[in-house]
Design a protein around this ligand. Structure first.
Ligand SMILES: CC(C)(COP(=O)(O)OP(=O)(O)OC[C@H]1O[C@@H](n2cnc3c(N)ncnc32)[C@H](O)[C@@H]1OP(=O)(O)O)[C@@H](O)C(=O)NCCC(=O)NCCS
Length: 190
């Protein structure tokens, strides 16, 4: 598995010691504000299995993010797990422990994950989506170079749920090639 280091963080494979801080992060109401609920332990176990299965099947997935030797969250790429008009495609996703917010870490990791997706995986396009009201996440999408495309109803969300409405952001390989160098070249692949 490819691991990536940037000036402030490391995107690496998962180790057993990540499970407890992952479970604590997914049980934090602040982190899960835009999800229908916080995760129970069983839901985090299911997430853990999905992440490992994705890496085993495709060779990439959401990495564990490490900052100053500590587990800071998860960030990476995965195939969108539902069918709709913009799939099949790969999405970029990020979830950080709230102690690590506001330092530009999602932006730093996100830029390097996009570079990995385009240069290493040779993907034609990468998307991101979130609940319309999740301004923090939308801001990260914009800062790493994705452009707003449209609103859509998330097919896995219950009909009428306040979080059903999502925003879709996208970036194509050629769009990424056209980004300024300092946006594209963040991070060192090892
Ligand atoms: C979204 C998340 C990953 C951002 O991580 P982060 O490391 O704090 O992000 P960054 O510091 O790189 O950038 C955050 C940007 O959002 C801005 N921001 C923060 N709160 C905001 C708000 N309420 N409204 C608008 N912008 C906001 C910040 O000012 C910053 O932009 P700036 O650099 O232009 O000032 C983190 O908040 C998180 O894990 N949230 C919970 C999980 C989640 O929602 N994931 C996305 C689901 S798709």
């Amino acid at each position: 598995m490819v691991e990536i280091e940037t000036p402030r963080l490391r995107l690496r494979g998962w180790i057993e010691a990540d499970f407890e801080p992952l479970a604590a992060m997914c049980a934090d109401p602040r982190v899960m504000e835009f999800f229908p609920s916080t995760f129970s332990r069983e839901e985090t176990e299911a997430l853990w299995k999905r992440i490992h299965a994705h890496f085993a099947r495709y060779g990439f997935g959401p990495w564990a993010m490490e900052v100053e030797g500590e587990f800071a969250g998860s960030l990476g790429l995965n195939w969108v797990p539902f069918e709709t008009h913009f799939t099949p495609c790969v999405e970029i996703g990020y979830r950080l422990r709230s102690e690590f917010w506001g330092r530009g870490l999602a932006t730093e990791g996100g830029r390097t994950a996009l570079r990995y997706g385009f240069e290493h995986l040779q993907l034609p396009e990468i998307v991101a989506f979130t609940v319309t009201a999740n301004k923090r996440s939308r801001r990260v999408m914009e800062k790493i170079g994705l452009a707003f495309s449209e609103e859509f109803d998330h097919p896995l969300m219950p009909k009428g749920h306040p979080f059903e409405r999502h925003v879709l952001y996208r970036i194509s390989r050629s769009g990424w090639d056209d980004l300024p160098l300092d946006t594209r070249l963040h991070g060192v692949t090892s």
